[in-house]
Ligand binder design. Sequence first.
Ligand code: FAD
Length: 621
Amino acid sequence: MDYPDRFDVIVIGGGHAGTEAALAAARIGAKTLLLTHNIETLGQMSCNPAIGGIGKSHLVKEIDALDGAMARATDRGGIQFRVLNARKGPAVRATRAQADRVLYKAAVRSILENQVNLQIFQQAADDLIMDGEQVAGVVTQTGIRFHAKSVVLTAGTFLGGVIHIGLDNHDGGRAGDPPSIRLAQRLREMPFRVDRLKTGTPPRIDARSVDFSVMEAQPGDTPTPVMSFMGSQDEHPQQVNCFITYTNNRTHDIIRNGLDRSPMYTGVIEGIGPRYCPSIEDKINRFADKDRHQVFVEPEGLTTHELYPNGISTSLPFDVQMELVRSITGFEQAHITRPGYAIEYDFFNPQDLKHTLETRHVPGLFFAGQINGTTGYEEAGAQGLLAGYNAAARSLERDSWYPRRDEAYIGVMVDDLITHGTSEPYRMFTSRAEYRLILREDNADLRLTEKGRQLGLVGDQRWARFEAKREAMEQELQRLRSTWVHPATPEAEQLDSKLKTPLGREYNLADLIKRPELGYADVASLKGEAVEDVQAAEQVEIQLKYSGYIDRQKDEIDQMRRQENTPLPDDFDYEQVSGLSNELKAKLMQQRPATLAQASRIQGMTPAAISLLLVYLKKRH
Ligand code: FAD
């Protein structure tokens, strides 16, 4: 049957990409349908119940700055929060939260169910409705035809999913969920480049069978960090500890002896797995000289005994899993509640996408999340938000949008994927961004919320909060710059004890904060009152302390933008550019970038090579 209502956007899949896509489309006013296998698994974390971490928290905070759900759900579901790299510079600081998977899922579902313009429907999508070359809707498993102007596909690990435990395998989307076979077949008939990737998960363990007394406890930070710019500690549920233990030589021997029944090492699995989240068998093989590997023992929630032993993801046969788990300190009596497994699935070459995440071959069809070759909830959520916005913008005949590399990690990720494609699961790292000092997790709102408001993504509540913070920051910066401390006054004496040499002349408070020995807390209330807004205070401190570096990076960005539009003529003879490697010449001749900016994104291109092109261009004129 044809469903009577027409939609602007249909999103297939209620995982991390799908939920952000559906919410973003609905937020900007598109009539949206979220079509998913099972309403009970909306926002389900397939693997580790944790959000954020290095590079990833930057994406979460960018989603949040654009009023997405991930950070807010994390604040409501997070049971242990830490800031990683807290002692390093702000560019690489990263908030990470262990979540109660039930509370997290409930928070996502509640945000979805309360979103205006959004309807949810439970059923598998089996096919796409086409109108000529364009997508025009979706056909479900039971033949219901939903019509829409744009469709966002976010099927995660489900397309052609095959689960492996040892040499046994079966079809599955993830443990306990069916795969998407028909839709995968249908997409393989379309002109997309499809390949296989794999990922894996560890066995889960019953906490009642674990001896925590021999493990290192790892509490969360105090005060407890928050993930959302709108978040507060009051929202957090009870906080708990994680623990640390280690594998040992016996564990490694058990694994080595089981490799003849490993689907990875016997060639049964063909897909490439995540390099930065390897299975324990992969780690033993790649780092043969290491006699132990860390295992983070993480609770799956407040109302369950299940533990997630982070670091021993495996697809070895169950008997080997049992033996290896029980060889680990504290796990000698462990009861496994769920076996670890690996999953192979279809993904599409992201080079077949535009920066808006619309596919090049089928107008109106957008891809987001794991199906684009990425791994991780955060990477998926960020793509979902972008695809959802652009799908809705297309249907509502509004301008499309995507952030540049110097504006957001979302921009870095999408540009990396589209320019270079990927042959292994892509995850975000701060090292992928050229402008790390500008793209910090703490300033994601300052980078994106105003744009999000213009696009219609940011609601009134967040906008009001953001404006208040920005105002507080500006006023505080002004106050600090115009408040002076004079030598040999009581204020100066308070500072002298912290300084290497006493103040020899008058300084304003802003300049004092720039000193390495001093911070905002030492200086702000010397004269007048420090700003109450904690986020505004943090921003003021970072902006002052790192102003030199930040300004230099802004200059680089300005220079890059000026070059951005420098055209490279079609007949540019790269052979004539002396100093350029033959490899780069070949790539440039093959790809024929239209501008210097495009050339700069070719893999292997260096700033030195760009300068050579610039010099040659100038000589031609
Ligand atoms: P998913 O979260 O997979 O969501 C897909 C959604 O689409 C599901 O709700 C599904 O029911 C629905 N769906 C699929 N097909 C259809 C259809 N035809 N019709 C209707 N609905 C459909 N990430 C890491 O960063 N590190 C890891 O170590 C890691 N290990 C993993 C191990 C396993 C076993 C699995 C399964 C995943 C692992 N992940 C890991 C990946 C992480 O789970 C994903 O990156 C993330 O969930 C991707 O989000 P997504 O929204 O793209 O897809």
